[in-house]
Design a protein around this ligand. Structure first.
Ligand code: FAD
Length: 596
């Protein structure tokens, strides 16, 4: 048993009152799914994550993945066992397409399972996360033969998938990559080059690993327009379809990192043997970025989810500690006896900040996943394209706001533990260390903010963001009409008005450098306001369900929204002077004079 308790009550509340899961399951694609089945899936997944996976988090951190001279990487034994149980119980396949052995649940249900897996062991969760992304890329861009060959074992978890973009000279600038792909006579390709920082590029949990590799075909144009995507298995399949033939790809080394020690971060070399690694083109030549984006959008949401999931684990631990640890005497407590630190206002502030942000993140991310579900499965083309636009808007918020908060919330988790948080004994520091990577990979948060500002806001002439802001305004009006929630409505109305002005500034400003300079504070403000929207929405739902004072969980929803609206939401307004300041101040001090 572990200290992790799956937050099923809140997950169900979000599914019911934010996502509208009953409406979602009415779609033809989900006709085999109903609320009862979803409930039992969540219960069972929660049990496995708490009982089997969560106890491996500490040992995974302590032992970590180990690279050997022969290029193999071994995982700590308890993680191998937990992964095997996860796979044999079918959890890898929750939202994968039924035609290839998946269970065909909505993405949002898969996301709930992934949240619990990530809370239980973030390092391990990266392997299924990347495998799910590989599945969507092959499912959406592969030909029939590729789907028939690769999907089933990836969906079941018999094999795992990776995503290989990064090279020493190509990080955020993917278009600078140099890995080469040469056509072979038999229609396959030969891949040469080096990729760095590849998550689960090598491990011993499964017999085969399917790499999705970006490389350049001969005579391709420079930049992202000349990139193609290839399926490159670690072991090639023999005539019977069994993975028995070693491909020319090796794991040269793995990185040493502050966190996610059980996630091997590999330097991968292709073609060292001379002939090149055998690869199969996925999609069309020079259209690799399109296929890779299919992987990246799903992966970005699931990386955002890491911010939520690790914050949740950190919060549960901090809450338990705050109840146990006694220091000082709280105001009004009897003399001669120290109080549990949870009685001190400053500790309560930290706990409430964690709780409110966690619930806000969960609502945003589940809404994001439901938008992806509707984008693929809604009945009409207009509904599908509206949902797709909504998912495109919410994804950079989930990724960047969620992972920045992940670092901040896990840092609060450490703070609540005092000195015991900074030493490794309590495990609180591990969450903080683990969370630190998430703002960096899958497109740094700076790149997410730029994407939001330059590509997402202008969609449909600003209509997509405009519709979302209207939705927030409508929630503010609804809250204002309820005497109990009127102050929440007023706070949200003021916040969305500020965000609307800032959005207009971003859309109207011609100087791109000024827009780029304001992008990160703008994304932050957007995340904070979106968080307020979801918590007010939840408070409205709680009001509809029960009168105040009759249900502790529902009362807490309203109280948490009140805390957020009066103490966190105003932080959005504090961003706007940075949003609209332009770039001049940032460049006023020349690089040589930056040094004091
Ligand atoms: C543990 C780990 C696991 C990873 N897993 C994978 C994986 O599985 N597959 C894979 O392909 N990659 C992986 N990566 C690589 C990761 O995606 C990159 O590190 C990331 O995209 C950033 O690239 P970079 O490190 O080269 O940083 P750089 O691109 O050099 O960025 C450095 C800084 O400059 C900023 N910056 C860069 N360009 C711009 C710009 N145009 N405008 C504004 N700011 C800019 C960045 O935001 C950042 O703050 C992983 C990395 C790590 C550390």
């Amino acid at each position: 048993m572990s200290d992790y308790r799956p937050p099923l009550r809140d997950i169900r509340f979000v599914l019911d009152h934010v996502v509208g899961v009953d409406e979602l399951t009415k779609l033809q694609a989900f006709s085999h799914v109903d609320r009862e089945v979803i409930d039992s899936v969540l219960d069972e997944a929660g049990r496995l994550m708490a009982e089997v996976v969560a106890p491996t988090n500490r040992v995974g951190d302590e032992i970590g993945a180990v690279h050997h001279d022969d290029g193999t990487v071994t995982m700590p034994e308890p993680l191998k066992e937990a992964f095997a149980t996860y796979v044999t119980s079918g959890w890898n396949a929750v939202s994968a397409p039924a035609a290839y052995g998946g269970h065909g649940f909505p993405e949002v249900v898969g996301l709930a399972v992934q949240e619990m897996l990530t809370s239980a062991n973030m390092a391990l969760s990266l392997c299924p996360m990347l495998t799910h992304s590989a599945v969507s890329a092959i499912y959406r861009h592969g030909d029939d033969e590729q789907k028939a060959t690769w999907l089933e074992p990836l969906i079941s978890g018999q094999w795992t998938g990776t995503m290989l973009l990064t090279e020493p000279e190509a990080g955020s600038d993917v278009g600078a990559l140099r890995a080469k792909a040469e056509p072979a006579d038999d229609g396959t390709w030969r891949i040469f080059g080096t990729k760095i920082f590849i998550t689960f590029g090598e491990h011993d949990m499964t017999e085969n690993i399917i790499h999705l590799v970006l490389a350049r075909a001969p005579d391709s144009p420079p930049g992202t327009k000349g990139i193609s995507l290839f399926i490159v298995p670690k072991l090639l399949l023999d005539e019977s379809g069994a993975p028995t033939v070693r491909n020319d790809v090796t794991c040269v080394s793995i990185e040493h990192k502050p966190g996610i020690h059980a996630s091997p971060t590999c330097v991968m070399s292709f073609g060292d043997g001379g002939d090149g690694a055998v690869g199969y083109l996925l999609g069309e030549v020079n259209h690799g970025m399109r296929a890779m984006f299919t992987m990246m959008n799903k992966a970005r949401l699931e990386v955002g989810l890491e911010g939520l999931a690790v914050s949740e684990r950190s919060f549960q631990q901090a809450l338990a500690y705050a109840n146990e640890r006694r220091q000082g005497r709280a105001v009004g407590a009897p003399t001669g006896k120290s109080s549990p630190i949870i009685e001190h206002p400053d500790v309560r502030r930290m706990l409430m900040t964690m709780k409110a942000n966690i619930e806000a993140m969960r609502a945003l991310m589940y809404d994001n996943a439901a938008a992806i579900d509707r984008a693929h499965n809604a009945e009409g083309p207009d509904e599908r394209s509206d949902a797709d636009a909504r998912a495109t808007l919410l994804t950079p918020l989930s990724k960047a706001w969620g992972t920045d908060l992940g670092v901040e919330m896990t840092s609060l988790g450490v703070q609540i533990h005092g000195g015991m948080g900074y030493v490794e004994e309590t495990g609180s520091a591990q969450h903080w260390r683990d969370s630190r990577i998430a703002p960096i990979y899958e497109g740094t948060n700076g790149i997410q903010a730029i994407h939001l500002a330059l590509r997402v806001l202008p969609m449909d002439g600003g209509a997509v963001v405009g519709a979302y802001l209207e939705e927030i305004t409508a929630a503010a009006s609804e809250a204002e009409a309820d005497t109990e929630l009127a102050s929440l409505g007023a706070g949200l109305r003021a916040a969305v008005a500020g965000l609307r002005d800032a959005t207009q500034w971003m859309l109207d400003t011609d100087d791109t450098n000024d827009v780029l300079a304001g992008a990160s504070p703008y994304l932050r403000a957007f995340g904070v306001v979106a968080g307020g929207y979801y918590l007010v929405k939840e408070a409205l739902a709680a009001r509809r369900l029960a009168s105040p004072g009759t249900n502790g969980f529902l009362d807490a929803k309203t109280d948490t929204a009140r805390f957020y609206v009066s103490q966190i939401l105003p932080q959005a307004a504090a961003q706007y002077s940075a949003v609209t300041a332009g770039a001049d101040q940032l460049f006023a001090v020349d690089p040589p004079t930056l040094e004091a």
